[in-house]
Design a binder for this molecule. Structure first.
Ligand code: CTP
Ligand code: MG
Length: 242
């Protein structure tokens, strides 16, 4: 008989305010190439044979919009929940994990792996996703990323350079980041028990709370996060190439 496939859930984060981008529409809902930014990543998960279900996290006031104008309009059928996020990114992840827990009891099935993705990264592709899914089975905690191109300097609060790390060991972390569920749930449960600052990705949570180092998996230089207005120009030129 067929070996039972392990279960993968993708969490797509779209609850941010986009303060660095500015403007009245949050960046994940701005249109590039005629579609809202967040739709691109949702379509990659929708078409991936590895991914079983999708949880979309957004602002409490954007849930209806997302259901109608994103999920229904673009046919993202794997979506099992559109839930409200929190003030900080890690709080949005926490909300998604709580949603996932209640879904697990309804579905009477646990998840083996959870992938967390920034809805503001539209250029994820199937190859990147495949590499990540293959790695997480072996390593339990994996992060897409790329080696940095510039030399990186660590400074003190006054901007004085304190360290110049070896460039060949410095990576820029991207998303998705993928974790065994048995690691990710307890990591966030622990995190939420204390006051927390400066958490900018999920690998940090797993490292800090569980003492487990994630493994870097090659993403792509095109897997940018739309963050500031010039990123929209870069995104449009990537789309024009395709
Ligand atoms: N995000 C989220 N909930 C938050 C903050 C961020 O779901 N409370 C999401 C964003 O929507 C984005 C991703 O996490 O897809 C990465 O965050 P970031 O680029 O920092 O987005 P914003 O927080 O929206 O932007 P800014 O920091 O400039 O305000
Ligand atoms: Mg932010």
């Amino acid at each position: 008989m067929n070996e039972k496939k392990e279960k993968y859930t993708a969490v797509v984060l779209a609850a941010g305010k986009g303060t660095r981008m500015g403007g009245s529409v949050a960046k994940q809902f701005l249109e590039i190439g005629g579609k809202p930014v967040v739709v691109y990543a949702l379509e990659v998960f929708e078409h991936s044979p590895e991914i079983d279900q999708i949880i979309l996290v957004t602002g409490a006031d954007k849930i209806e919009y997302c259901q109608k104008e994103i999920i229904e309009k673009y046919g993202i059928k794997k979506t099992v929940s559109v839930c409200a996020g929190g003030r900080e990114r890690y709080e949005s992840v926490w909300k998604a994990l709580q949603t996932l827990k209640s879904l697990e009891s309804e579905q009477e099935q646990k998840n083996d792996y959870v992938l967390i993705h920034d809805g503001a990264r539209p250029f994820l592709n199937q190859e990147m996703l495949e590499r990540l899914c293959a790695c997480v089975k072996e390593e339990k905690a994996c992060v897409l990323g790329m080696p940095v191109k510039d030399t990186i300097k660590l400074t003190d609060e006054n901007g004085k350079i304190r360290e110049s790390p070896r460039r060949d060991l410095v990576w820029q972390a991207q998303t998705p980041q993928a974790f065994a569920a048995e690691l990710l749930f307890p990591a966030f449960e622990k995190l939420m028990q204390h006051s927390t600052e400066g958490i900018t990705d999920d690998a940090m949570v797993v490292e800090q709370e569980m003492g487990i180092a994630s493994v870097m998996v090659k993403g792509g230089y095109e897997n940018i996060k739309i963050t500031t207005p010039e990123d929209l120009l870069i995104a449009e030129s990537f789309l024009a190439e395709k």
